[in-house]
Ligand binder design. Structure first.
Ligand code: OSB
Ligand code: MG
Length: 367
C-alpha cells in the first residue's frame, strides 16, 4: 500500500449559536479536512486550526499552506506507517494542528485497511464516554442560566463556563446557587488573566470548582506554578501544553494538577497518548478538550477519551451543540454519554451530499 495523494478540502460550518471566549467570538467554523488517498483506500483527518491565530499561533490558511508546501511533500513514498509519518514531520517545528490532521488521516487509512478501530488502536478501556459542555461568555447572567438549563436537560454531566475579567465570580456564583453543590462545574479563562489578578481568582475558591483552565498566558508555566500555590481550585493547563515534554515540565514545576489533552494542539493522537501515559504515571487526571470539531475530529476525540486515564468528563459534546447538520452521522448523547465508534478507523466518514453542500474549496496534491 502506498499514499498516492492528499486532498485538502475546506468546508464552512455555521454554528447553531455564537461561541464567545476571552479571545474572540466564533459564528461559523472554517474547517480544513485532510483526505489521504492510498492504493487501497482513504483516510480522513480534521485540522482544528481556527480562522485567526488567537487561541494559538496556527490559523487555517497557514495550516493549509504548510501542509501543501512542506508536510505533504515529506510523506514517505513506501507505505502507510503512521510512525514513519511522525518521523518525517518531526524536523518541521510547530504547526502541530496541521501535523495532527495529516497524521490522523494516515492513521485512519491504515486502520481502515486493517479493520481496526481508533479506540482499539489507542487502548480504549470503555465503549462510551461521559460528556461535558463548554458554555461561552454571554451578554447577561439570565441568558447564561437559560443556556445551562438547556444543556443539563440534554443530559450533559459537567458544565464548563468560559470566563474573562468582568465575567467570572458573578456567573460562577449564579450557576452554583441555581444548581447546587452536586453540579460538576469548572471554568476556562483562555489565558485572559495575569498573576496580578491572583486575588480576584482566589474568590473562585468559594465555589468548589473541579478546576480552573489556563488562567494565565500560554508561555507562563512558571507563573502558573506560582498561581497554583495561591489557589485552592486545581489549575488545569490547555494552551501551555504543546507536547509530552511540556507536560513533563508542567508536572515537575507544579504548574498544573490536571491536564486538558487536545490531540490537535499537541501534534496528534500518538503524542496525546504519550501525555495520557505520563500524566497517569504521575497520578495527574486528564480530560479530552475540543476545538468545535465536526464528526471527523469528534470521532477520534471520543476514542481517545475512552482511555483509562481520562477520569474527568471532556468537552466531547454532541453534534447538535455545534451544528444543525454535521458532516458525518451525528454524535448524539444517550444518558449524558457518547458511544465510542467501533467501526474500522474513525468509524465515521463524511456523508457525500452534506460534504458537497458545505465545501468551499478543494485542492489535490499528488505524491
Ligand atoms: O479553550 O477549550 C478551549 C473551543 C475552541 C478553542 C478553544 C477552546 C474551545 C472550547 C470548546 O472550550 C470545546 C468544544 O466544545 O469543542
Ligand atoms: Mg481551554
Amino acid at each position: 500500500t502506498k499514499i498516492t495523494g492528499v486532498e485538502l478540502r475546506r468546508i464552512a460550518m455555521p454554528l447553531v449559536a455564537p461561541f464567545r471566549t476571552s479571545f474572540g467570538v466564533e459564528t461559523s467554523r472554517d474547517v480544513l479536512l485532510v483526505r489521504v488517498v492510498t492504493t487501497e483506500g482513504e483516510g480522513w483527518g480534521e485540522c482544528a486550526a481556527m480562522s485567526e491565530p488567537r487561541y494559538c499561533s496556527e490559523y487555517v490558511d497557514g495550516a493549509q499552506d504548510v501542509l501543501r508546501r512542506f508536510l505533504i511533500p515529506a510523506l514517505p513514498r513506501d507505505g502507510v506507517d503512521v510512525h514513519a509519518v511522525g518521523r518525517v514531520l518531526e524536523p518541521f517545528t510547530g504547526h502541530r494542528m496541521a501535523k495532527s490532521a495529516l497524521e490522523t488521516a494516515v492513521l485512519d487509512a491504515r486502520l481502515r485497511g486493517a479493520g481496526e478501530s481508533f479506540g482499539s488502536y489507542l487502548g480504549a478501556a470503555r465503549d462510551r464516554v461521559p460528556c461535558g459542555v463548554s458554555v461561552g461568555i454571554m451578554d447577561s447572567v439570565p441568558e447564561l442560566l437559560d443556556a445551562v438549563d438547556a444543556y443539563l436537560a440534554e443530559g450533559y454531566v459537567r458544565i464548563k463556563l468560559k470566563i474573562e475579567p468582568g465575567w467570572d465570580v458573578e456567573p460562577v456564583r449564579a450557576v452554583r446557587e441555581r444548581y447546587g453543590d452536586e453540579l460538576l462545574l469548572q471554568v476556562d479563562a483562555n489565558a485572559a488573566y495575569t498573576l496580578a489578578d491572583a486575588r480576584q481568582l482566589t474568590k473562585l475558591d468559594d465555589f468548589d470548582l473541579l478546576l480552573i483552565e489556563q488562567p494565565l498566558a500560554n508561555d507562563d508555566m512558571v507563573q502558573h506554578a506560582a498561581l497554583a500555590k495561591l489557589l485552592r481550585t486545581p489549575v488545569c493547563l490547555d494552551e501551555s501544553i504543546e507536547s509530552a515534554a511540556d507536560a513533563a515540565a508542567a508536572i515537575s514545576l507544579g504548574a498544573c494538577s490536571v491536564i486538558n489533552i487536545k490531540p490537535p494542539r499537541v501534534g496528534g493522537y500518538l503524542e496525546a497518548r504519550r501525555i495520557h501515559d505520563l500524566a497517569r504515571a504521575h497520578g495527574i487526571p486528564v480530560w479530552c478538550g475540543g476545538m468545535l470539531e465536526t464528526g471527523i475530529g469528534r470521532a477520534a476525540n471520543v476514542a481517545l477519551a475512552a482511555l483509562p486515564g481520562f477520569t474527568l468528563p471532556g468537552d466531547t459534546s454532541g453534534s447538535s451543540r455545534y451544528f444543525a447538520t454535521d458532516i458525518t452521522d451525528p454524535f448524539v448523547l444517550t444518558d449524558g454519554h457518547l458511544q465510542v465508534p467501533a467501526g474500522p478507523g474513525l468509524g465515521v466518514e463524511p456523508l457525500p451530499d452534506v460534504l458537497k453542500e458545505v465545501t468551499t474549496s478543494s485542492e489535490w496534491i499528488a505524491l
